[in-house]
Design a protein around this ligand. Sequence first.
Ligand code: HEC
Ligand code: HEC
Length: 317
Amino acid sequence: MKRVLKLVLGLIGFVLLLGLGGAAFIHFRGIPSYDPPKVDLQVEVTPERVAQGVKISSMLCQSCHAGEDKRMTGKWIADLPAEFGKIYSMNITQDTFFGIGKWTDGEIYAFLRTGVRPNGKYAPVYMPKFPLMAEEDVYSIIAWLRSDEANVQAAQTEAPLSQPSFLVKFLCMVAFKPLPLPPAPILLPDTTDVLAHGKYLANGVYACFACHSSDFTKLDMLVPENSLGYYSGGNEMPDLEGNIRITANLTPDPETGIAAYTEEEFVQAVKYGKRRNGKQVRYPMEPHTSLTDTEAKAIYAFLRTVPPVKNEKGKID
Ligand code: HEC
Ligand code: HEC
């Protein structure tokens, strides 16, 4: 009997030690590194690309990377749930020491697609990746980063390094992994095909589905349609004061979705934050002011074709 007890106790001790060892390993190893993907690329900086890059980045990068002086010096991401740790975006200006001035175009491209930096360090979920964006739009973002625009000129300020929580480090071992490079070049959609255009903008560029589906942990960034509760909303997101905002059901469900929205009302809501019920759309949904009306209308047309889902939690009031 005693022998068995000893054995059992020994086993428990062994398992405990293994657990502690594993925890210590995860804690000290931190965020994993990967072989950085090699991409041979030299983006020609044309005025058209810079203009497009300025437009996309105003809706896709600035809210997280713009410091107090509006330059891309990085800042504390205040509205990220505390479970993630203390997370700072980084200086992405042209400074060769504090910023990304030394990165090659290929390295920036690979990072935006996969999340793996030139030094191999992976950037977890709080830095979005753009696996479905067309080559030309990724090049435009790179052209903006390389341009004479005031907000990307070299700035010698350093945002503190992120202190990801144990949870994030653990999730990076089991769930959050780098995304693959596209298997073939992604072409811009034919803008005369309104549905294809709208789908590309909503899923490939502005990732509306990422906030407007039902569960951040069940998103499929490569095949958005496979995300849980695709476009049916109900995600809880804190604003800067810690109030919880719930993302809206953008499917055409007649009871809980945007079925009642006219095209014009939708354009007003997305571009200027004016909801159909007259109230203001609140943070973290930001006005997409730089979208053209044609683009906002294309997104509307596309959302009309998404399978309707009844979801009270994301109900439009
Ligand atoms: C939701 C917030 C958010 C958005 C939106 C965002 N970023 Fe980031 N970004 C971050 C955070 C946070 C980090 C730091 C990640 C870390 O600590 O590993 C980061 C890191 C980076 C880095 C790595 C810098 C380095 O020195 O390692 C680059 C480059 C970058 N972002 C570019 C962009 C570009 C370009 C866009 C727009 C297309 C963008 N980011 C949009 C939050 C964001
Ligand atoms: C960062 C997360 C986030 C992203 C990205 C986002 N939204 Fe939202 N959206 C929200 C939240 C949260 C609300 C609810 C805001 C509130 O309660 O005031 C909202 C509200 C809305 C509404 C108002 C619905 C109503 O209640 O009348 C519309 C329309 C909308 N979003 C469309 C879009 C479209 C189209 C895109 C992509 C271009 C998009 N959103 C991207 C988070 C997001």
